[in-house]
Design a protein. Sequence first.
Lengths: 255, 296
Amino acid sequence: MEQPVISLRGATASLGGRPVLRGVDLTVRRGEVVALLGANGSGKSTAVRSIVGQVPLTGGELELFGTPRRRFRDWARVGYVPQRTTAAGGVPATVREVVSAGRLARTRFGMMRKADKEAVIGALELVGMDDRLGDSVDALSGGQHQRVLIARALAGEPELLIMDEPMAGVDLASQEVLAEALRAQVARGATVLLVLHELGPLEPLIDRAVVLRDGCVVHDGPPPEAVGQHALPGHDHVHPHAGPAAEPIRTGLLT
Amino acid sequence: MDILDLAFMQRALLAALLVGVTAPAIGTYLVQRRQALMGDGLGHVALTGVGLGFLLNDSPVWMATAVCIVGAVVMELIRWYGRTRGDIALAMLFYGGMAGGVMLMNLSDSGSSANLSSYLFGSIATVSEEDIVAICILAAFVILTTVGLRRQLFAICQDEEFARVTGLPVRLLNLLVAVTAAVTVTVAMRVVGLLLVSALMVIPVAASQQIARSFKATFALAVGIGVTVTVSGTATSYYADVPSGATIVLFAIGLFVLLTALAAPLAKRRAGKAQAAAECTLDVPGARTAADDVKV
C-alpha cells in the first residue's frame, strides 16, 4: 500500500500546561481532501500546527510522506496557509512580494529565476489576483488577503496543502474563488488538509471529515451532509468506530 | 569645498554615509518584524562594551561590537524561550548594560564624563583612523546581509510561522538579524550616539512608509533618506558647530513630517484612481463584481 501523506498516531500536545490534543489519530492519503472540524478550542488548529512543526508533540508519532517528522526536510512538497486575517507586516509590501516568499520553499538561498517568477504569477492567477500584483497588501479586503495567503502557499507548487481556517472573514465572492482554486489543485493531484469552521462552498470537494472535540477524534468519515441538522446537539449520530458509551456527536459547526 | 579638505571631516562624512545606509537597511526589517525599539535596547547594552574598551585600553568600537552581539543573541534567546517574563528580562538586560557601561567607564583611567557623553550622543569630529577602518568593515557586513539575503529576511520578518514551513533556517536567520542590528549599533555609535542609534533605524523607515507601497521601495527610500540626513546633518554640525547626532535625528524627523504631509494628497489620488478603475470594470461581463472589493 502507498505511504500516506500525513500519518498522525496517538498525538498529544499541550499549550501552556493544558492538554490540547489527547491522542489524535489522523491519516491523509494521496489525493484526499480532508476537513478538520470542531468547535473553538477542540484542538483542530493545534493539530495542523503540530503537523507543520509549529507546536511540539508531547507524545505520539507523526510521519510526512512516510518520513518521521524529525527527519523530514522536504518542505517544498508542503504548502501552508496559517490562520491569519491579514497578509500585511510592519512595512508596506506588494502582493507580488508576499506571494514570492512562498517560492522560497523551492529556491531557498538561490536566485529567483524566470520559472519562479512565472510560478508566482500562476499562483495569483489561480486565486484571481493576478491583476493586483503591484498593489500594496494594505489596500486589500479581508477576502483578498486570504487569497494572497493561499497564493503564497501555492507558489511553491506543493503536493500537500495545509490550510488553517482559510475561509475565516472571507466574503462570499472570495469563498467561491477559493473553492475553484482548490478544485484546480485537487484536479492536478494535490492532497489537502484544511481546518474549517463550516463546510460552506467547499462541501462538494471534501472527501472526508474528521471532527475533534476536547482534543479527541469523535468522527472520521464522510462529511456530515445536512450540516445544520447533524450538528444539532440532540442529533444522535453514533459512529461505528466509537465505543458503546459514545455520546452523540457535537461537531460544533453551529457554534 | 573646504569641508572636504579636512582629514577629520573626510572621515566624519564617510562614517555618516555608512551609517545613513546601514541603519535604515537593518531598520526596515526590524520595523517589519515590529521590533522597532530593538536598536534602542542594543544601544544600552553596547555601552558596557564601550566601558570595557576603556577599562582594558582596547578599542571601544570592537569591544562594543562584541558585547552588543552577545546582547543581541541573549535577546533572541529570550524571544524564543521566555515568553511570559520576556519583557522583564529585556529590561534587566538593557538597564544592566547602561549601568554597567557607566560604572566601567568611571573605573577606567581614560574614561571621563566627556568621553561618556560623546558615546551616548555621538561626536563625529573625534572619529579616528582606527575607528573608520572598523566602521567600514562592519558596514560592509551589514550591507551584504541586508541586501544579499533580502528575500529570506523579508520572509522571516513578514510571517515567521510561514517561513518556518518553507524550510528556511528561521532561527539562524533570526539570529543573523539580531547580530546585524548589533553591528549596526556600533557602526552608528560614533556618529549619532548610542541613545539616538535607534532613531536612525526607525525614522527613515517610518518616513519612507508614508509614500512607498512595496517593501523594495520602502527599503530603498529609507536608505536614501538615511544618507540624506546623515550627510547633511554632519555638514551642518560642522558649519553651525552643533552636535551631529541631534542634528541628524532632527533632520530625519523633519523629513518624516514633510513626507507625511505629502502623503495625504498622494493617497487620495491613488484611492480616486482605484475607484475609477472599479467603476469601469463594473459593466464588463464576467469581470470581478463590486462585491469583491467592498471591504477595504
